[in-house]
Design a protein around this ligand. Sequence first.
Ligand code: PLP
Length: 406
Amino acid sequence: MRDANPVFIPGPTNIPPQVLRLMSQPTVDHRSAEFAQQMPELMNKLRRVLKTEAAKVFIFPSTGTGGWEAAIANTLSRGDRVLACRHGVFSDKWIRLCQNFGLDVDVIECDWRGPADPSQIEARLAADTQSKIKAVLVTHNETATGVRSDLPAIRHSINQAGHDALLMVDGVSSIASMEFEMDSWGIDIAVTGSQKGFMLPAGLAIIAMSERAIAATYSADLPKFFFDLRQMDEAVAAGGYPYTPATQLLSALSFSCDLLLNEGIDRVAQRHFHIAEGVRLAVAAWGLEICAGDSHFASDTVTAIMVPPGFDSNKLTQRAYERYGVSFGVGLGQMAGKAFRIGHLGQLTEVQALSGLATIEMAMLDLGYSIKAGSGVAAAQNWYRTSCVGTSLSNINICEQEAVPA
Ligand code: PLP
């Protein structure tokens, strides 16, 4: 019966039943007119999700990591310098990927409980008088720590420094769930994957490129073949694909875009805030701390929670899984053993969130955490009852009730 339980890992997320059904469709010939017609429509939907009119969108059969690689390999040349903040496992991995490509990475070491630091970015760019830095890499939402970085502030710092580096953003765990405005935030490259906000299985990397980023592809000399954007662009423009596309996933992506756009992309972000706030209030009621040092930067898709000294967060997630059949995110990197994560993104309702909070409460009580039974659930219930903004996808169990007085 454990497969009846939702997962509370920050991706892959729970998959809506209609999406699951849609994926069991017969094979579509990827050289047919039917397939060719599908792609431009899908790109338009993705542009609306990303809030961009100008960007070109590419979809690779891959994952977010492939998206990082495509962004780097298509716009940069061996020996180029890039600037990146390291403040969690995913920002660290993107840095290591760049180093493997022979790039000169200028790393800003940041506190793992905080966001990418716009003031340090501005200082490094201002000092780069010869414009050696070609790109600034930012992980919008550090899934390892549950910390969101302030992209408009980072764009502002690049402008203040008068620098023309490309702004490349990892939006793997933010896009399609948290506020994300590619054009108005001046983002040159946005990378995401199918298995988080889009509520699909892993298997697609989605990359959107501004005109400036596209221009950079003409001089970039890093090696690529599978991730060659120009090859992909030409093939899709001709109604095809450079190799075998993941046709079922592409159809499912189109459908999940419909779900998101029907709900309204701003409303999707509000729903994630609403669910996340309930989780944060639960954590406070337990007397625990979230990893994000400043709650202003707390992520609305994943909450990392520090366990009290003397406790091992891995034992907690193990207990929840083994005894109650529910998965939570383990602590990663510097947070291993010190924090566990509650993923609350994609298809998730208040009711499901409450079940996750109740489960982890039981596991904490089982292991002797000094928390009051029911306290976190009660705090979240109170929030959900009094500030209902509608917590589900357009055609799944809509909550349109008026908020009741506290
Ligand atoms: N970036 C972030 C912020 C992530 O959370 C992840 C995965 O969880 C990745 C990149 C890597 O993506 P993938 O596992 O799809 O390759």
